[in-house]
Design a protein around this ligand. Structure first.
Ligand SMILES: Cc1cc2nc3c(=O)[nH]c(=O)nc-3n(C[C@H](O)[C@H](O)[C@H](O)COP(=O)(O)OP(=O)(O)OC[C@H]3O[C@@H](n4cnc5c(N)ncnc54)[C@H](O)[C@@H]3O)c2cc1C
Length: 475
């Protein structure tokens, strides 16, 4: 059976689109990339061996696209294949401005097709879902067949962990809730589903639930509250945006609190220590446990004593953002992960090589380094990782950078907080190679003139940053 156009986009190092045969999707200049005659049965029952590549990257997102293009920039003869399950790329960064209906931020600003970078850089791409990894055989099993590798890079992003968070929910309830109360933290249809719910809403509250533990882009839910409140104001929808946060931690907290109160008054409400327990989608009611201060203090620790009370809230639109964990592709690789519920990939010291397997690298939201899970970080890590891999492929030993001076603003993360005029806030992270991990130190600056965290200049910088990073990946 032949693979069709949707199964694989194949381009050689020469940049010429070539026919895809039944046995290979290799678009490589390497002589190793010949199809194998043998057949195997993989986890999905597919027998095809699709070909071997020097570098196989799982995930065509921020990290995966960067590492692939950077390797090709460093040496165009290296044979690189990306395996990606989606037809097109959709950006999570800046997507809250789409929910806020900011001028010009229509869906078309967030969707990109892969053809241009494939043409430009000459890597190959297989459009298929990874369903297994056999590290011993150095094989990635996909729904379309088996791909062999010398070096594997994991950049599959995150998954939701409804199962642990809501142990009483069965598969049907999880599927139903994810449809009617989309998390919109993973690229694809979820952002569109949430936008449709908001566009169709009558008066009422929008509830956003904040995940517990590590999650993708920690400022994103708090920025979303601003953008949804701004949308409701513009559309004259009466109601509040209420955030239920299982902790009292808010990324860029002081800056968001300033914007919430000064731009939206009591329209935005953030409830600390509020953990969602259940949702009734018929009555549109969320049940949560609120740990509220009793007014007394613990005589030993001097901490306020909290009392847990069950409460209910009704909603017009629910954005239930479930707890996050690494994408299941990481588990398929059977490599060491951290014991917390997120399961970060344990790295080989300060590098992007995994601790378990010298032939497997990891970047993006899955790494255990102390750097934030952001698109900017994934882009930066992709560049670092590409350098490591190029060294290895040239038979040289990669020496980790000895960084006495931190990399200034290795991560910059903007959040839009206002519209008409657009105003934004930002956080920067300086990265340093710190013993066994790469660490990030955060700074949330204020505008020198106004003394406020938010400014119109930062809103403009957000648009510039977004144009810059998407152009780095797609043009
Ligand atoms: C609302 C929101 C706002 C954000 N704003 C910002 C921002 O302003 N700045 C910033 O820097 N970051 C921001 N981020 C974070 C950023 O989107 C992520 O940190 C970044 O996408 C991580 O890159 P990644 O490569 O690890 O994962 P991704 O970009 O998610 O890429 C993973 C890819 O792997 C693919 N994949 C997964 N499983 C499989 C499989 N089994 N088989 C094949 N393919 C698979 C996926 O389809 C996806 O394309 C934001 C995120 C959200 C949700």
């Amino acid at each position: 059976m032949k693979m069709n156009r949707r199964d694989a986009i194949k381009l050689g190092a020469t940049g010429v689109l070539a026919a895809v045969t039944a046995t290979t999707i290799s678009g490589c200049s390497s002589s190793e990339a010949k199809p194998k005659a043998e057949e195997k049965v993989n986890a999905g029952g597919t027998k095809k061996i699709l070909g071997k590549h020097q570098v196989v990257v799982i995930g065509g997102g921020f990290g995966g696209l960067t590492v692939a293009s950077e390797i090709k920039k460093g040496n165009k003869n290296v044979d690189v294949l990306i395996i990606e399950k989606n037809d097109a790329f959709m950006s999570c960064p800046a997507s809250n401005t789409y929910l806020g209906k900011l001028e010009g931020m229509t869906l078309g600003k967030f969707v990109f097709d892969y053809a241009k970078p494939i043409e430009k850089y000459g890597y190959s791409m297989l459009k298929s879902e990874v369903i297994g990894i056999d590290r011993k055989a150095k094989e990635v099993h996909t729904a379309a067949g088996i791909v062999q590798y010398d070096i594997l890079v994991l950049s599959p992003g995150i998954a939701y962990d409804y199962e642990t968070q809501f142990p009483t929910w069965d598969k049907n309830k999880i599927a139903h809730v994810s449809r009617v109360a989309p998390g919109a933290l993973i690229a694809g249809g979820e952002h569109i589903a949430l936008e449709r719910l908001l566009a169709g809403m009558e008066d009422g509250n929008v509830i956003i639930t904040i995940p517990a533990g590590k999650f993708r882009c920690p400022p994103a839910p708090f920025e979303r509250a601003c953008m949804i409140a701004s949308f409701m104001k513009k559309e004259d929808i009466r109601g509040k945006v209420i955030m239920l946060n299982p902790t009292n931690t808010i990324a860029k907290g002081a800056a968001f609190k300033e914007a919430w109160s000064e731009l939206y008054g009591d329209m935005i409400e953030h409830i600390d220590f509020a953990t969602i327990q259940d949702v009734d989608t018929e009555t549109k009611t969320v049940t949560y446990i609120h740990k509220a201060p009793t007014g007394e203090k613990d005589p030993v620790t001097d901490e306020p004593i909290l009392k847990a009370v069950e409460k209910k809230l009704s909603y017009g639109v629910l954005n239930l953002i479930p707890n996050n964990k690494v994408n299941s592709v990481v588990m398929m690789a059977d490599i060491e992960v951290t014991s917390d519920s997120y399961h970060n990939v344990v790295m080989n010291g300060c590098s992007f090589q995994t601790k378990t397997d010298a032939n497997i690298y990891a970047i993006g939201d899955v790494v255990a380094h102390g750097i934030p899970p952001s698109g900017q970080t994934a882009n930066w890590a992709g560049k670092q990782c590409a350098q490591e891999i190029l060294f290895v492929l040239e038979g040289k030993k990669y020496t980790l950078p000895v960084q006495t001076t931190p990399v200034a603003a290795g991560n910059v993360c903007y959040s839009m907080v206002g519209d008409k005029p657009e105003e934004g806030i930002l956080v920067t992270h300086d990265f340093s190679w710190n013993g066994s991990v790469i660490a990030g130190k955060a700074n949330v600056p204020k505008d020198a003139k106004t003394g406020k965290y938010r400014s119109q200049g930062t809103a403009k910088a957000l648009h510039d940053w977004y144009r810059g990073i998407t152009s780095d990946l797609f043009s």
